[in-house]
Design a protein around this ligand. Structure first.
Ligand code: HEM
Length: 475
């Protein structure tokens, strides 16, 4: 009897739970409105997070979207409940184009991530205020004139790194690359003599980045709680730099901090310090870790594909020969790296450092026979497009030549996103990658110490040993 009641109660609870999200979140559509996309909002609170985590933690991340495609066909949009929000997953070039280029969508980072990056950062800003701050800062990061200035900084930095690494028994390449890219961005944001302590800020940003991808549980000891504390420390450190700059007068060189401090709004008023700090924080957060991961993957792919490495080396040796004694690589040399450019694109496609980007529907929108309700999140699944055999034949294969065969069209290749939030550091990222690979392959060789290290996909794809290698100088 008791058992019978228990079974009925559990069944009733399960049935109620399985319908809760549908009942609570799915809107009643107006007559004539197309239906919601196929899919299910899953279980209360966690929605479809278990399926997402299972796929990414099992080492087969593409099985997550493959389930939707197998069940509902390649219809472009699926409904789900992810990161605590009712969400539409955009999974074809056309669906991503719709989400990333329409004004009816705005940025939709999870609240916990906005809290860590800052409400005044690009993650929290929308419309005109986002546009203005991008327009002000992007040229100083990404324009050809800015890039030209950064070449010596990057070249000297990587040359010093390579000399140091080759004197060590082993290095953890990802950790070293993070530090390398961190130094580049620190310089661009604050100029060459910022008073910020590199070790301290580097560790604080690491903690913040961990928190951005962690469960948003603010309880002592959780990754999220540690990240909030690290953010508070960073704010204080950056505020000190701003105060010092104010006290010491105008800096001689232009950097992002000086641009932001000199900026006046429409009423002739300066930006608030809290705004300046958030913008700097986001550039730093977004600006070093991704590039470091891509460089690491490129070195892994080269090692796994000796024929590709050989071709890259031949091209780079040819370029190195044309550089006179005492001179260094410049932007015109980099433009001649045609084959390496395909290798970089193929790495960006296959590594999928940013698997998806977040948006939110500002109004009810209709596309391809489906309604995306106002307020729902929309995730453009860049990874799915990059790994879709309809878009990129034999997608698992590392094949730089594919780019010579069919080239890239805008919404089939989106490692830096697309639309008004396309990465404002994409050219800087590529510049660093080209320079690192040039000096690595022309002067050094490297050996993977755990070539079979398993790959983790969360928070970013990377081997579990972060790619431990021995670097040696070529004789
Ligand atoms: C290979 C390296 C990189 C990758 C794969 C990458 C990828 C991305 C992607 C996919 C977005 C779009 C997010 C969205 O649509 O919501 C983005 C945005 C952003 N990236 Fe990058 N990024 C890289 C390097 C950099 C660098 C070097 C910087 C600057 C120093 C940077 C700064 C930013 C910023 C500030 C945003 C926010 C833009 C906005 O919301 O308007 N990124 N990045």
């Amino acid at each position: 009897m008791i058992l019978g009641v228990a079974v009925v109660a559990v069944t009733a609870l399960l049935t109620f739970s399985s319908f809760f999200n549908k009942w609570y979140y799915e809107p009643v559509l107006k007559p004539g409105q197309p239906p919601l996309p196929p899919g299910s909002l899953g279980w209360p609170v966690f929605g479809n997070m278990a399926a997402f985590l299972r796929a990414f933690k099992s080492g087969r991340p593409d099985t997550f979207m493959a389930h939707y495609v197998a069940k509902y066909n390649r219809v472009g949009f699926y409904k789900a409940f992810l990161f605590w929000q009712p969400t539409v997953l955009a999974a074809t070039p056309e669906a991503c184009k719709f989400v990333l280029s329409k004004d009816s969508f705005e940025t939709g980072w999870p609240e916990s991530a906005v809290e860590l990056m800052g409400r005044n950062s690009f993650a929290g800003l929308t419309g005109e205020s986002h546009f203005k701050l991008r327009k002000l800062t992007e040229p100083a990061v990404n324009s050809p004139k800015a890039l030209e200035q950064y070449v010596p900084l990057i070249v000297n930095n990587i040359k010093a790194c390579l000399a140091r690494w080759s004197a060590q028994d082993k290095i953890v390449l990802l950790t070293e690359m993070r530090r390398f890219t961190f130094l580049t961005v620190l310089h661009i944001l604050y100029g060459k003599d910022s008073s910020l302590d590199v070790d301290e800020t580097f560790s604080l940003y690491y903690i913040v980045n961990q928190g951005i991808r962690a469960l948003p549980i603010n309880f002592p000891g959780t990754a999220y709680n540690k990240a909030l504390k690290a953010r508070r420390k960073l704010i204080k450190l950056i505020q000190d730099v701003i105060n010092q700059r104010r006290a010491s007068g105008k800096p001689q060189e232009t950097n992002i901090l000086s641009l932001l401090m000199d900026q006046l709004d429409d009423k002739g008023e300066a930006l608030e310090d809290a705004q300046i700090i958030d913008v700097l924080n986001m550039y730093m957060n977004a600006g070093h870790d991704s590039t470091a991961h891509v460089i690491m993957w490129l070195m892994i792919f080269l090692k796994r594909n000796p024929d590709v490495l050989e071709k890259v080396k031949t091209e780079q040796d040819g370029i190195a020969k044309c550089i006179s004694e005492g001179e260094m690589l410049n932007l015109s040399d980099i433009k001649r790296m045609r084959y390496l450019s395909s290798v970089v694109d193929e790495t960006l496609r296959l590594a999928n450092i940013s698997p998806m980007v977040f948006r939110r529907a500002l109004v009810d929108v209709e596309f391809n026979g489906f309604t995306i309700p106002k307020g729902w999140h929309a995730e453009a699944w860049l990874r799915q497009v990059h790994m879709d055999p309809h878009v990129h034949p034999d997608p698992e294969k590392f094949d730089p030549e594919r780019w010579e065969k069919y080239g890239a069209s805008p919404f089939t290749f989106m490692p830096f996103g697309m639309g008004n939030r396309t990465c404002p550091g994409n050219e800087l990222a590529k510049l660093q990658i080209f320079i690192v690979v040039h000096y690595f392959v022309t002067g050094y060789r490297w050996t993977a110490l755990n070539p079979n290290s398993k790959v983790s996909y969360l928070p970013h794809p990377r081997p579990r040993d972060f790619y431990s290698v021995r670097v040696s100088k070529l004789l």
